[in-house]
Design a protein around this ligand. Structure first.
Ligand code: DX5
Ligand code: ZN
Length: 221
């Protein structure tokens, strides 16, 4: 099984007290922060533009995984990589030039991911599997935090894993992930877990411990 990683989603934090919310993560076992960009067109919400991502990157001591819920994402890729972003994922549904977007991310030196909405079949990215570093399977409809994980996705995670075969591609899940379901996501084949509202409700350290314990149990089963 590939290395597991838990990635807090900044969108789940209370931005009015950003420092308080994010500082506890600095002493925990977190390397990568998941940062959502939303354009109000591809998804019915707006979040973190490239300027805010660049400002945050300067002060937060994490690698950034930017999830672009943005139409025609190609136009913002260079500015994100110039800001130091290490991982960028673009939605299959948001561009007619998926391969071009992936190639651009990689040429400029970041790791490239492709995201699929819950209703988009895994086969839709078969042609680009040899080009990407990770696949993000949305486990809710994108654009909002605090939703419930869409249970039929477990089968889709299994199908994705099978389609990937022995390629070196991580499977990331995002949306409604918590201590109750993280082991099920793992057992279906996911190894990167984005956690928003669960991570930032109450005590971050306790929440992370609960996630890690559940995941360890799942790994042993
Ligand atoms: C939703 C975003 C997520 C969001 C997850 O579209 O992509 O990253 O922050 O939040 P939770 O974990 O609350 O579903
Ligand atoms: Zn996200």
């Amino acid at each position: 099984m590939r290395e597991t990683k838990i990635m807090p989603s900044l969108f789940g934090a209370d931005i009015s007290k950003l420092k308080e919310e994010v500082s506890p993560l600095e002493n925990l076992n977190i390397d990568i922060l998941h940062v959502d960009m939303m354009d109000g067109t591809f998804v019915p919400n707006i979040a973190f533009g490239p300027t805010q991502v660049a400002d945050l990157k300067k002060v937060l001591p994490f690698q950034f995984d930017v999830h672009m819920m943005v139409e025609n994402p190609e136009k913002f890729i260079p500015v994100l990589i110039e800001a130091g972003v290490e991982y960028i994922s673009i939605h299959q549904e948001a561009t007619i030039h998926l391969l071009r977007g992936i190639q651009l991310i990689k040429q400029l030196g970041a790791k490239a991911g492709v995201v699929l909405n819950p209703g988009t079949p895994v086969e839709s990215i078969k042609m680009v599997l040899d080009e990407i570093d990770y696949v993000l399977l949305m486990t809710v409809n994108p654009g909002l935090g605090g939703q419930k994980l869409y249970v039929p996705i477990y089968k889709k995670i299994q199908d994705m894993k099978q389609l990937i075969g022995d390629r070196n591609i991580d499977i990331q899940v995002d949306g409604g992930v918590n201590a109750e379901n993280i082991a099920d996501c793992y057992q279906a084949g996911a190894n990167w877990f984005v956690v928003g509202s669960f991570m930032f409700s109450g005590n971050t350290k306790e929440n992370l411990t609960a996630l890690e314990e559940a995941l360890n149990k799942g790994e042993l089963e």
